[in-house]
Design a protein around this ligand. Structure first.
Ligand SMILES: *Cc1c(COP(=O)(O)O)cnc(C)c1O
Length: 322
């Protein structure tokens, strides 16, 4: 597989890159009785990759159309969204400001070092102030002023963001190499699950919660499905609208938790399949499928597609032990 870069900011170029994403059959004994494939959206671009790229694309196009020069967004010290936004800014000529949760650490995380190298300016805010990030006067309180640029919510969670994921669903429908029985995806907020579920009708979409979500993932999937229906009903899947299938048994203790059993699975998977995963999202996704396969949850020969939603930059925050 060759490395390719998104070079121009435009929907056609982006969709072309997305349609070229490979589907790879997993060769491993970790999934007895089922056939697992991975759609490698981690390969969309070395820096602007995974589901964060899909959440960004319509936001970036709109910002360019409006003549916006600066993108302002927020996230934690290992946020894949901050990283992707910094990279997109550097690539397509936007200034970027990242509002980061917590005090500035003496040594920046590898992720923040990357973002700084890519030109992002940081504003570190207390956790208390950070909690107000959805309020209308947040930028003023942080001292940026909304006149400076366009504000992208954390994780790219807005209508433009979910439209990008809806597009990903359409592209998956149009490019799958075989007839899959199920699509599995890792869920943080649930926006990606909701967006995919809105445009994929050939097989059910199944989410794996990577944190103790307490119902928020299901609510978000509904919320974004409803937001898309108001925006445009033509491309929406009508079947069991907004209803999603979710598994909450594999968060392994919570967000960012990486217990030994997950580490062992992660290492074994990478050695056998030769496909890198990130500890926070995609390792838990494949772990969930593996456990379900071993528990006899699937009928024999079930064909499962797993979405590689990227996030490999986050590997550096963990001791992978290999
Ligand atoms: C952000 C992220 C997710 C979760 O996406 P949501 O839309 O918040 O559910 C999954 N995988 C990776 C690699 C991510 O960076």
């Amino acid at each position: 597989m060759t490395v390719s870069y998104l070079t121009t900011l435009g929907l056609n170029a982006f969709a072309e890159a997305a349609r070229a994403i490979p589907y790879q059959k997993v060769r491993s004994n970790l999934f007895p009785g089922v056939e697992v494939w991975i759609r490698r959206d981690d390969l969309l671009d070395p820096l602007i990759s995974g589901n964060k790229a899909y959440k960004l694309i319509f936001n970036l196009i709109k910002a360019r159309e409006l003549g916006v020069e600066t993108l302002i967004t927020c996230g934690g010290a290992w946020s894949n969204h901050l990283h992707a936004t910094a990279a997109a800014g550097a690539r397509f000529g936007f200034r970027t400001i990242g509002i980061v949760r917590g005090e500035r650490p003496p040594v920046l995380s590898a992720m923040l070092q990357d973002a700084e190298r890519l030109g992002m300016k940081f504003i570190f805010v207390s956790r208390e102030l950070y909690r107000q990030r959805s309020q209308s006067d947040f930028l003023n309180r942080v001292g940026v002023g909304s006149a400076i640029g366009a504000y992208l919510p954390e994780g790219g969670a807005n209508l433009a963001g979910v439209r990008g994921v809806h597009l990903l669903g359409e592209i998956i429908e149009g490019t799958v190499p075989i007839n899959f029985d199920q699509l599995w995806v890792a869920c943080g907020t649930g926006l990606t699950l909701g967006g995919l579920n809105s445009s994929i009708s050939s097989f059910p979409v199944h989410g794996v919660e990577v944190l103790k979500a307490g119902g928020s993932v299901r609510r978000a999937a509904w919320h974004w499905f409803a937001a898309l229906s108001q925006y445009n009903t033509s491309g929406l899947k009508k079947k069991n609208a907004g209803e999603v299938e979710l598994t909450d048994e594999f968060h392994c203790g919570g967000y960012g938790k990486y217990p030994v059993r997950l580490q062992e699975f992660h290492r074994a998977f990478e050695m056998q399949a030769g496909i890198p995963l990130d500890p926070i999202y995609t390792a838990k996704l494949l772990y969930a499928i593996s456990r379900k396969a071993n528990e006899g949850h699937f009928s024999c020969g079930t064909k499962i597609l797993a979405l590689h939603s990227g996030g490999l930059q986050g590997r550096r925050g963990f001791q992978l032990g290999c």
